[in-house]
Design a protein around this ligand. Structure first.
Ligand code: NAP
Length: 501
């Protein structure tokens, strides 16, 4: 198998492309050899038309067939993993180890969703053949074609066949992916394999499409299309919000599920720090610096109370961070954004009298950490924004009140982590209360990175972490985003079975 670079419209390829582009190898600092064709409006239109037609058949297909399709996709990824992982590494600069782990996660996720729909009573036909009319019977039906946007930093797990696509297919919705231009080759291979699995399991043509474009027109076009009924987005806050506005301003507004950025505060309480300072240094350092900090759950902020232990933490972290080699980011554009964020914050901090230097601009990301007072942190809202990459602020507070002031300066978060001893759980209840009202996941004595695929996972959070804090992008509950409830009144189980078997 090889990268064909075509736009994939169900079982056929888009013909008549006018423009092409290439993806980039950030490690070798050169363009990759394969050419990617840019979709045309006609292709985008055709993919939506096909998805709509496919939906007519796919939505009422027995759940067991949908589950078989999801498992077949996972099987086809495993069978072609060598080449998939090779292109993943070429386009992202991420390690082979990371490619393998992300592919395993992607396959596991597909199988997890397959199992979840097979066990969901509200999706399955009833086992009863009763002729007796039920007064009320609530079921869940798929919304219709879903458009998916993936993030650059997860070419497998949050992209072409990541959590959004897998959960939409599990819900009974055909998917049209607006491929990420930074890993269009990986997306192309994934899409070819999804359609191979679709053919092998006799899914309708159009159940899955993958379109490419450099620039924003294609995403906007798809979100506006009247036959598109929902959107799954993973990416930056500006990108998510631009598309969210489009979805809400349509004649028929549609559900738009955006998982966006976060600074993921870690609060380090004094007793816990005293008891386990060495372990905390290792844990936090590894979480901050893994894969150049390119995780939506990367900790951008560590907050604690002034003490000799806090000074130790900052000193050790600073030494540990200096010892870490600079790392390539997934794309030069992301490095530019990272460096731009650093530059902005360093200038701001220097103006406020913080002794900090801007690292040299080398094209390879150097880890950046600086300690500042709570007063300095709260004096500018800009410091509370995500700088995607190896950027972490350590904020020193005088007391609990100031700690809360720092927290209250933050918007909604994907996660809030607290390192606390048993007694501090009660003593600093206000910190946990803050987390419960501002974060989608609270971590006790652990770091935010590492998002387990599980029914109990919640990956979302109050705005701007996500556009709807009631829903998760990870774990089987993610399927609920693409279903709508319907109440059947007066139908017998037998009649219902005939309608929605
Ligand atoms: P991004 O720049 O927002 O891109 C994501 C997708 O949205 C791309 O396909 C992009 O298309 C499209 N897009 C962006 N702005 C658009 C606009 N104005 N109009 C139409 N389409 C637009 O995100 P990224 O840099 O790839 O990913 C890194 C970000 O994702 C970080 O902020 C990270 O925290 C976040 N993230 C969040 C999660 C989560 O689950 N919460 C997971 C991973 C990453 P183009 O390619 O044309 O720009």
């Amino acid at each position: 198998m090889e990268v064909q670079g075509k736009n994939i419209l169900g079982f056929s390829n888009g013909e008549g492309a006018v423009k092409t582009f290439r993806t980039y190898n950030p490690k070798r600092n050169e363009e990759n050899h394969f050419v990617i064709e840019e979709a045309t409006e006609e292709m985008a239109y055709e993919s939506v038309r096909k998805a709509h037609l496919a939906w007519e058949a796919y939505r009422f297909m027995p759940i067991s067939r949908r589950a078989e399709f999801l498992r077949k996709i996972a099987e086809s990824f495993r069978a072609e993993r060598v080449y998939l992982e090779q292109i993943f590494c070429l386009e992202s600069g991420l390690s082979e180890k990371r490619a393998a782990a992300e592919l395993d996660r992607t396959c596991f996720q597909l199988e997890h969703f397959a199992k979840a729909i097979e066990q969901n009573q509200r999706l399955l036909p009833s086992e009863s053949d009763s002729d007796e009319a039920c007064f009320l019977n609530k079921r869940f039906l798929s919304l219709g074609p879903v458009v998916v946007f993936g993030a650059s930093n997860f070419p497998f797990a949050y992209s072409t066949m990541g959590g959004d696509s897998a959960s939409a297919l599990a819900a009974g919705c055909p998917v049209i992916v607006k491929g990420h231009e930074m890993h269009a080759g990986t997306g192309d291979l994934v899409a070819q394999l999804v359609n191979r699995a679709a053919k092998e399991t006799k899914m309708p043509d159009g159940v899955f499409s993958n379109l490419n474009a450099k620039g924003h027109w294609l995403g906007a076009f798809l979100v506006k299309h009247e036959l598109v009924k929902a959107v799954g987005f993973t990416g930056s806050i500006p990108g998510g919000m631009a598309l969210y506005q489009i979805a809400q301003n349509r004649k028929e507004p549609i559900p738009f599920f955006a998982e966006m950025g976060s600074v993921n505060p870690i609060v380090v309480l004094p007793q816990k720090l005293k008891d386990e300072k060495e372990q905390l240094v290792t844990l936090i350092r590894d979480s901050m610096t893994l894969d150049a900090g390119q995780f939506c759950t990367n900790p951008g902020l560590v907050i604690g109370l002034a003490s000799s232990e806090w000074d130790y933490l900052v000193h050790e972290m600073s030494a540990a961070v200096k010892a870490i080699a600079p790392q390539v980011m997934v794309h030069p554009d992301l490095y530019e954004k990272y460096y731009g964020g650093l530059e902005r914050n360093v200038l701001l901090l220097q103006e406020k009298g913080v002794n900090v230097e801007l690292p040299e601009k080398t094209g390879i990301a150097e880890p950046f950490m600086v300690e500042l007072s709570a007063e300095t942190f709260v004096s500018s809202q800009v410091l509370a924004e995500e700088v995607f990459g190896l950027h972490t602020l350590f904020v020193r507070c005088k007391d609990e009140a100031q700690l809360l002031e720092v927290l209250n300066n933050l918007a909604g978060q994907l996660t809030c982590s607290v390192f606390a001893s048993d007694s501090e759980l009660k003593q600093y209840r206000s910190v946990f209360e803050w987390g419960m009202s501002h974060a989608g996941r609270m971590v006790l004595n652990g770091v935010p990175t590492g998002v387990t695929v599980d029914r109990d996972m919640h990956h979302g959070g109050p705005f701007p972490a996500s556009s709807d804090s009631r829903f998760t992008a990870v774990g089987s509950d993610a399927i609920a985003r693409f279903l709508r409830p319907i109440c059947f009144q007066g139908f017998s189980e037998k009649q219902l079975k005939e309608l929605i078997s």
